[in-house]
Every structure is written in C-alpha cells, then in structure tokens.
Design a binder for this molecule. Sequence first.
Ligand code: GLN
Length: 303
Amino acid sequence: MNYQHLIEKIYQEVKPSIGKGKVANYIPALERVDVNSFGFAMRTKSGEEYFVGEALKPFSTQSISKLLTLVLCLNNDDSVLENKVGLEPSGSAFNSLVQLEYENGIPRNPFINAGALVITDILLSQYTNPEDEILFFARELAQNHGINYNIEVRNSEKETGFRNAALVNFMKSYGNIHNDVERVLDCYFTQCSLEMSCLDLVRAFSFLANNGTHSNGQHILSYRQNKKVNSLLLTCGTYDAVGKFAYRVGLPAKSGVGGGIIAVIPNEMTLAVWSPGLDKSGNSVVGSLFLELFTTYTGKSIF
Ligand code: GLN
C-alpha cells in the first residue's frame, strides 16, 4: 500500500473540518494554541515512517502522558496496580468525581484523571524524582533528547487545577493516595505538560504494535502486559466517548486535551495525530476523523 499517498489524500479530505471543535480553555496556556494546527505520523512495525502536516512540531501531550506513566509503572511491577485502580470504562468525563464516592476512592481505570493520579502516586513511592524518570523514559523511547516539559503549561494548570486537587484529596481520604497531596498534584501537572510531536509519539509507542518490544529491541512490556495495555486503551482510552470512538475508528487509542491521539494497530503500526479542536468529550475532532478514514480506507481496524 502507498501510505504516503493515502495519508495525503486523507489530509485533503479532513482539511475542511480543520478548525472545528474547541481548544481546551480550562488550562489557560492551552487556549493560545492555534486551532488550525494539524499533524499526522505513522510508523510500521518494520520501521517505515510516513507523515503529513506539522508532524514534527511538539504539542502538549496532556492525557497521553497517562499512557507513559502507566507503562513506566507496569515496567516496574504490575502487581502494584491491584486494588488501587479499576479496569472498566468510566462512562463519565475524564475529570469526574461522581464514581469515586460510590466506589470507595478506587478510580474506574488508569486513564481518567483520578486513575492517572493514583499511578502518579505509585511512581512517587517508587522513585525519588518521578518527573525525571518520566522525562528520561519519554526521551529514550522516542530517541529524542530534545523532548521536555512546558513549565508555562504546568504552572497554568497548577493555578486552575481545582478539580484534580479535589480528586486527590478525596482519594486520600479513602487511603488510596500515599504521598503528600501537593506533591502528587505537582508531579501530575508536570507530566501532563510533556510536549512531544506526532513523530515522537509513534516512535515512543512502537512497542505497543510489537507485543511490547521497542523497535530498538528493548523489552518494554511483556506480551501479557502489552495485551493488557492495548485492551485498556480500547475500552478506556478516549474518556466517555470510548464506545463511539471504537465504533468509528476501531483501534486502541489514547487522546489528550492538547488535541493529540495515539492509536495502535497491533502487530502492524502506531499512528499519531494532532489537531487541537476538541469535541465535548475532549477528543480531537479532526484527529478522530482522520483515524476513522485511515481504518476505513486501509481495512485495518482491529474488527
Ligand atoms: N491535564 C489535564 C487534566 O488533568 C489532562 C486531561 C486530558 O488530557 N484529558 O485535566
């Protein structure tokens, strides 16, 4: 298949939709991003790379960082997740508080904010400086030492992150957070401010399309763990729109309110798309459309 030709064709097809949706404005620094930005990159299991648009431009990964921290956590020891975080879709917004009280402070899954905050707490117990570990991990996986946090975005979210503060405090009251609340929030806001490009993302997460083995031969996850992560991406990776996303795109994926989506075609390739206009659930409008057309034209949805 001529992928370069195909992705250019899809780019032309989605162009009229670029600019639709709303840039996340609850984090003031994200509001300044141009809604008309667009990038796409893909990397096949054998290492071929194709891209279109602003695929090399770093953007705010936001919730895509939750995938990175989950993998880092599993990479250490997957038993640490037991009893601390669930494995079910939440059916509610990524920053919702409602389920936590019914379910005794145990978040539904590691990809909603509450679940990711628990993972951050676990990393804080495992490492003296998890911010450095997360950054080094991202740099090593993407083979790009220019990857960094955006301190302005971090500070901006810190000033307005009252909901995340409520989530951590609430879970702490149930004994599901072990470190200092402020420390957990600091680390979480920092990880969310990580900036990567579409190309960085497809390189970094190439192991998800290769049973846990990175293209440089490094074993990041076991086959079993990799299967679990991809299943979680399919069932929980796109917030409360996960059913619709699976219906339209049919791939395990993780989105972030920076407008990025990373998707996996197991045993074949990783795809990353960035377009900051979001739908009501916080998923990129054009990103979702691009991936929908990609799986439709290639016949490569997992279904
Ligand atoms: N930093 C964002 C938050 O906590 C991440 C949310 C997201 O990308 N869905 O609200």
